[in-house]
Each structure stands twice: as C-alpha cells, then as structure tokens.
Design a protein around this ligand. Sequence first.
Ligand SMILES: C[S@@+](CC[C@H](N)C(=O)[O-])C[C@H]1O[C@@H](n2cnc3c(N)ncnc32)[C@H](O)[C@@H]1O
Length: 345
Amino acid sequence: MGKDMDRLCIYTGYSRELLELKLGHITPEVQSWIIDHGEDIIKEIAVPALKVPEVSSVFNTTYGTLFHDDCIKVLASMPDESVDMVFADPPFNLNKDYGDSIDDNMTKSKYINWCEAWIKECVRVLKPGGAFYIYNLPYWNTFLSNILNKYMNFRHWIAVSMKGLIPVQGKLQPEHYGLLYYIKGERPKVFHKQRIPLVTCRHCGGEIRDYGGKKSSLNPEGISISDIFMDINPVRHKKYKNRSANELPLRLLHRLISLSTDAGDIVLDPFGGAGTTYVAAEFLERNWIGMEIGDTDIIIERIEKNERDRELLLKIEKESNILFTEEQVRLRQKNNFWTYEKLKD
Ligand SMILES: C[S@@+](CC[C@H](N)C(=O)[O-])C[C@H]1O[C@@H](n2cnc3c(N)ncnc32)[C@H](O)[C@@H]1O
C-alpha cells in the first residue's frame, strides 16, 4: 500500500497528504497537515462573508425611517423576515427623467434583471404570510410575475382602472395599470376585506350597476372590493400633486395597507417618489421603511406638513366600508331612492 501510494503521488503530482485527503483518508498526518495549512485552505475555499453595506437614514418619525440611497443597497442591510408588507412602484423604464442617478431607459433584459435583484431582496426581508404588491405596466408585469412565481404565491392581478392613458397606434386603448399581489408562503398573515360604497349616478344618485334586486342582502358596510379597482383616480389636481413626476393616489395605498396589515406592522416601499406609501402608513399608524435614490426633500416636507393629506385621508376613511357616502344619501333621499335605513325595513 505504501509503495502504491508513492507511485500514485508520482503519477498525480500530489503530495502524500493531499492524495490521502482526496481519497478521503483523514489520517493523523493529514489532520495535522490540515491544521498547519488552515489559512491557505480557507483562502482557497471560503466564500467571502457578505459585507453588509452601511446606510444611514435621512429622516425619522415616530413610525418611519427614510433612506436617501439605492434601494438594493438599503435592502441588503436589512435582516431577513423583518417587514410585514412590501409595496413597490418602480420606474416603468419609459425614459422618464427621475434625475441623474436613475437610468429609466434600460434594455429589456437589463430592466428585468434589475427588477429581479430588488424583488429577491424584498422577498427575503418579508415575513412569512406577508403581502408583496408591485404596481407596473401590464407589459412589465408579465415578466415580473415570472420572477415572483419562483419565490411567492400568486393572489391576484388587480387591474387599477386609469382613464387618460396615452393611446398606442395599432393597439387597444390602455385603460389600466397592473397591480400584482403575492403572498410569502401559503396564507396571508393579514387579510382585512375592504368594502366600498355602491356605485351610483353622480347626478341622480341611482344605482348604476344591477345588484340583482337583492338589496336586502347588501352588506351595510359596502360592496366587497374586487380585483378591478374602478375608483382610483390619478393625481392630477395641482392642489394634491407633490411633484411633476408621477405619484400614486393616497386612496390606493390606504386600501392596500388596510387590507394587508394591522396597526403597528411594518410597511416597506423601496421606491419612495413623493412618499405616498409613507403618508398613508403614518395616517394608519403603521411603521414604515422608505428608500429613495432621488430627491427626498419632497417626501420630508410632505410628511412634516401633512394637513392636506390628512384631510384627504380622513375623507377616504369616511368613504370606506360603508354602503353610501353622505353625499350619496343626500342625493338618493332627494330623488326618492332607497337608502340604508330602508334596507332594514
Ligand atoms: C414611480 S416613482 C414612485 C412614486 C411613488 N409610488 C409615489 O406615489 O410617489 C419611482 C421612484 O423610484 C425612485 N428610484 C428609482 N430607482 C431607485 C433605486 N434604485 N433606489 C431607490 N429609489 C429609486 C425614483 O427616483 C422615483 O422617485
């Protein structure tokens, strides 16, 4: 055996210890050789420890923390399974001007790879049962769904109806954005069904949709939301717009945060923009973690001077989970349509 090993060493060019090791013989000599060469072995085989990037926040409130940095870097600094919900409204790669630090005109594969990088990080930091929402053009959502399907469970593709989208020659008139709704694991940790008022004519107050004549079976708390959101209007009015670039309506974020979290939970949005998610989270007493690579002053100012948003959110809250708003009741009574009181008869 000794002579065979010597011949094998000559043939392979290995030292005696290395050959023993390759053959799986951990003799006392091999063991002491490993101990003597420990540092070289580690250098050869060790995967460098993940360096956690250092990030520091630019703004803090009782509920939230805002980072002025690249979301991938901030996400990498966060522990696994530490947030309850993620909402992401990334740039749509439409060559919009978000400032020098953002390339909104990537090649298709670069954009998809970039999305996979932040999506993977968001999935990692999300707690089991947590909800992940991504808002994008239906076109991009077909690719993002493919990515999400690898890590999470599909709940809904919500169509957020949006009037006034630019027509594209030779195509159908676009009338919605896609909102992907996924869950980490089998079951949502939180699912508070949201209800909205009955849809009525804004002139006479009469019902627009036929609810099958079964008004007695209508829930006094309103109509359950479906996977088509018809009541989300774009922020166009100067009074409510915080910046020239796009900004989502508070009603959308108020609804999603109410649906998928409890008070005290943590909501993460990696693409701050004008801070709509953070404003809604503050109002609903949820903790939040925000990131924005571009200007963060708009977000900070908006949260500090929050009267206008608060007024709007109070109105949104008043109009949620009821069958008729006050305005609808007034109009319906005037025009002799039944109201909630009649439902009880
Ligand atoms: C579509 S906007 C989000 C709008 C936001 N939902 C709102 O309602 O105001 C996307 C934002 O992501 C920011 N952004 C782009 N790349 C980023 C990155 N790598 N890290 C952090 N923010 C980024 C852009 O500056 C832009 O403000």
